[in-house]
Every structure is written in C-alpha cells, then in structure tokens.
Design a binder for this molecule. Sequence first.
Ligand SMILES: Nc1ncnc2c1ncn2[C@@H]1O[C@H](COP(=O)(O)OP(=O)(O)OP(=O)(O)O)[C@@H](O)[C@H]1O
Ligand SMILES: [Mg+2]
Length: 264
Amino acid sequence: MTTTRTRITAVTNQKGGVGKTATTIGVAGALAEAGSNVLVVDLDPQGHLTDGLKVPQAPSGPGAANIYRALVGEHTGLDGLLVRHSEPAGALDVVPNAFEMFMAVRDVDKVKAREQRLAKLLVHTRGLYDHVLIDPPPSLDILTDNALTAADGVLIPVEAEDSSLKALELLLPQVASVDADLRVKPLELHGLVVSRLRRPVNTLARSVLDEFGKLDGLPVLATVPLSVVVTEAWRYGRTPVDYAPESEHAQAYRTLAGVLEAAR
Ligand SMILES: Nc1ncnc2c1ncn2[C@@H]1O[C@H](COP(=O)(O)OP(=O)(O)OP(=O)(O)O)[C@@H](O)[C@H]1O
Ligand SMILES: [Mg+2]
C-alpha cells in the first residue's frame, strides 16, 4: 500500500439505534469502492459492526490479540487484530469485536492515559489506510472519549425525531470538553447524517429536519431512508454500496465518502 495520509473519523452519537453502525458500514463500503484502503473499528461491546459485516469475532482471554487487550495495554500494534472483509477496489479491513470487550469500560478507566488508548493504537494505521472509521457504543463513556480523542473528524448520525435534537445537546458539549481537555487540534464536525428516514416524511419529521437545517456549523450531509436495502445487506454481511449499487442508499453513502475524502 502506498497511502501517505490517514483520515480517522468517529461515527458517533450517544443516542442508541440512530444508524451509527449502518453509516459506518455504508461509508466504508463507498470509500473502498472508490479505491480507498479502509479500516473500520468495532469499538462497541455489542459487536454490531462485526455482525453487520459477518466477520468472525476476535478470540478472548489472556494473551489474545483483540481490541480489548489493545486498549488495556496488553497488546501492542495492529498485528493479529485485522480481518479482511473485501476488496471492492481498495481494501476493507475490520478490527472486530471480542466477547471480553464488555469489560472495557471498567478496565480502560483504570489504565494510564485512559482517553488516549485508541489514539495510541491507531498511530499504527498511519500510512497503511486512507480512512479509518470508528463505531463507538451508544453512550458518553470512556470508549466514546477514546473515539473522540483518536479521530480527526466526526460524522453524527441522527433520526428525524425530537429525541435526536435533544441528543445533540449532550453530544456537542462532550465534543467541546474533549477538545478542551484532550486534543491539540479541535475535532472537525463534518455534520449530520439523517438515518432511517421514514417515508413519506410526516409533519413532525419535517419540522425536525427544518431544525437540523438551522444548526450552525453542522450541515445535513446526507439522508438515508428507512429501507430493506440496509437490513438485507447487513443480513448478508455486505455493504449497501456492494449489495445495491444503484440504490439511493448507496448514493447517500458515496456522498458521505466524498466528504471524508475531501477532508483527507
Ligand atoms: N436506513 C436504514 N433502513 C433500514 N434499517 C436501518 C437503516 N439504518 C439502520 N437500520 C437498522 O436499524 C437498526 C439500528 O441501526 P444501527 O445499528 O446502525 O444504529 P446504531 O446507532 O449503531 O445503534 P446502537 O446505538 O445500538 O449502536 C439496525 O438494525 C440497522 O440494521
Ligand atoms: Mg451501533
């Protein structure tokens, strides 16, 4: 591989079920289709990214090479952590979940430089991958802090619901506090990805979309309708771009890939 610049993006929102994992898979597929070498990191102990791409979980236990052992400082570097998913044009690799990741929130909290553990690991991706996408859990915990510390920029999946507007009131101050306390350069907030949009768009959803449109410095980058394209691709471990290349979904993910590629 001949990459020189690596762009790290956290796909984050502490609100659950808003499309973080689906966005990670979709954008990763679109980037790889366009020729980028892409790594996706399953930072959620639920392991949905690993499931959605149908790659095997990493082994657990003392001495195992997995994301948990890397975060707590018992494994160094990327050796043994990477699984190849596919090579549509560029390569799409995964750092999969391991069962013992459920202990990470408790244990990463106890290690030195606890918010910088993932950044330290991802230093090893520099020059190997064009893009690294991180899929954190739905909480403002130490794992999400690690994602926000390691990333260059953030994509924020939201739904067209009042609860998503409310969620931003928690997320944005958290990003600001990580910027203030843990980062040299502020995180780049790329913008919102409206996910799982039910059609026809009802009046309530329309009013939330209008509110999103008024948020300063947080553009709506793409809209991804609710559709079986996403769930079917997930079922078969494929990315929507590969599974349904002509779909509106594939197009939305390509748009987002373009945003990240322009930022690299
Ligand atoms: N555009 C879509 N159309 C249909 N189903 C979707 C779409 N986007 C996501 N889903 C499905 O909705 C569910 C929630 O999406 P996803 O897992 O991506 O959200 P999440 O924010 O990562 O959730 P969590 O907070 O649990 O990590 C999943 O079952 C996913 O397959
Ligand atoms: Mg998820």
